[in-house]
Ligand binder design. Structure first.
Ligand SMILES: C[S@@+](CC[C@H](N)C(=O)[O-])C[C@H]1O[C@@H](n2cnc3c(N)ncnc32)[C@H](O)[C@@H]1O
Length: 423
């Protein structure tokens, strides 16, 4: 199997227009727009995969669930779903997005929270201690208002209602802080005039309430409100999903050393006390610069070739890429374990370039899957609308950066959907 895929390059595969969704206007149907999330799925892509590879009542899994796009689409289509993610912020967002609440319940609680703004007393909240990073990102007044809002939300008894408001507050934290709005990296914008938390909270919650009501109505109409949907805070390399239970895995793994999800979500992480020690928090994220694994050996032949080429240029990058492919081998094995015989894995992944070495993640994945005796069903190439993905990497740091940066290099203008079947 190994030699079969070893020399394959996907460069010559033509872009399939059926999977580009060029005319899709909005990605924010249902609850998809509750919270920003880097490298989030295009819902139409997930919808098409669900419709082509699953039936009603099948169990769909996403091993890198992120903000829960796969789970939301699974629920709308009456498929059961399980999502796994290592990030507690992802877990919270997914819970809220997949559990619509009776609209009146949300409205009643929202009105009470807004009425309580009159009781806000800056003095009472001005000296509260959260974390030094919170003092770094927020003004005294904004910190006090967020602490007040957080208290009100925590006093909500109904779990799903509480999660709904926690997500609303989490989403507005960036707007209310000094964090450069257009950046996923923790970077201060000295010119920013952060939005007032009470104003931002009301505006964003009202939008979410509208979407909650629509989602609730649709699921009630289709009798899918109670369709099983679960998000687990777990490591994709070792999940608690039952063996041979899943009909399809629809997932998009983290890109190699691109987004530092732990750092990106630090505002919510510190406020909600998900993070006490950042080093500890980062350690199990895959594709991170901070991975602790020190190995340079990788079981896949193509991956090893890439690592060896990188090794000649930069040992650190070579190690990061080796870690990434090693982790992905463990994930692929776990996917094989949980899939039913004949079940499909649909993997969305892009290639990139580091130090002029092409890191052919898609081809490596195909090789890893073939080595596990998956049968490749289809390899689809699609182009990605620029607005949906940061396509630029800084040549020096290797991190995603803005288009105008002179060190930038174009990456991920296209991505692949690998569809393989467990034989
Ligand atoms: C590309 S994003 C997935 C986005 C998702 N498709 C969506 O629509 O929101 C990759 C995700 O992998 C998660 N991740 C990183 N390391 C992980 C691990 N070891 N186990 C599970 N999830 C992990 C990150 O937290 C991030 O949410």
């Amino acid at each position: 199997m190994q030699n079969q895929t070893h020399n394959i390059t996907f460069d010559t595969i033509p872009v399939n227009p059926d999977w580009c969704f060029k005319n899709v206007r909005s990605v924010e149907q249902w609850t998809h727009g509750y919270h920003r999330y880097p490298a989030k799925f295009l819902p139409n892509l997930v919808k098409k995969l669900i419709e082509e590879y699953t039936y009603e009542n099948d169990l769909v899994a996403d091993f890198f669930a992120g903000c829960g796009t796969t789970l939301v689409e699974a629920k709308v289509h009456g498929r059961k779903s399980i999502g796994v993610d290592i990030n507690p912020v992802a877990e919270l967002i997914t819970k809220a997005k997949t559990n619509p609440v009776a609209p009146q319940k949300i409205e009643n609680r929202f009105n009470l929270i807004v009425e309580s703004f009159d009781d806000f007393n800056l003095k009472k909240y001005s000296n509260i201690a959260v974390h030094e990073r919170i003092d770094y990102w927020f003004s005294q007044e904004h910190k006090a208002k967020i602490a007040f809002l957080y208290d009100k939300i925590l006093a909500t008894r109904d779990r799903a209602t509480k999660d709904f408001f926690l997500v609303a507050l989490s989403h507005i934290l960036k707007n209310c802080s000094r964090w450069l709005q257009s950046s996923t990296k923790p970077q201060v914008d000295p010119k920013k005039n952060p939005t007032d938390p009470f104003v931002a909270f009301q505006a964003h919650t009202k939008q979410m309430m509208k979407k909650n009501a629509e989602f609730y109505a649709q699921l009630s109409k289709d009798k899918y409100l109670k369709t099983k949907c679960e998000i687990r805070l777990e490591d994709a390399r070792k999940t608690s999903i039952r063996a041979n239970s899943v009909s399809a895995i629809i997932t998009s793994p983290p890109y190699v050393t691109s987004y530092e999800y732990a750092d990106i979500h630090q505002l919510t992480g510190y406020w909600y006390e998900y993070i006490t020690d950042m080093t500890e928090f980062r350690k199990n994220f895959i594709g991170t610069f901070y991975s602790l694994n020190q190995e340079l050996e990788c079981g896949s032949a193509l991956a090893q070739e890439i690592i060896d080429s990188l090794l000649k240029k930069d040992k650190r990058t070579a190690k990061e890429v080796a870690n990434y492919f090693k982790d992905m081998q463990a994930v692929a094995k776990e996917m094989h374990r949980v899939l039913k015989k004949g079940g499909h894995v649909c993997l969305v992944i892009g290639n990139t370039t580091f130090k002029n070495v092409k890191v052919k993640s898609a081809e490596v994945f195909a090789e890893i899957l073939a080595d596990l005796d998956f049968e490749m069903v289809e390899i689809i190439k699609r182009s990605i609308p620029y607005k949906l993905i940061p396509t630029i990497r800084d040549k020096k740091t290797g991190k995603f950066s803005k288009m105008e940066n002179k060190n930038s290099k174009l990456v991920y203008p296209e991505e692949y959907i690998l569809i393989a079947k467990k034989g």
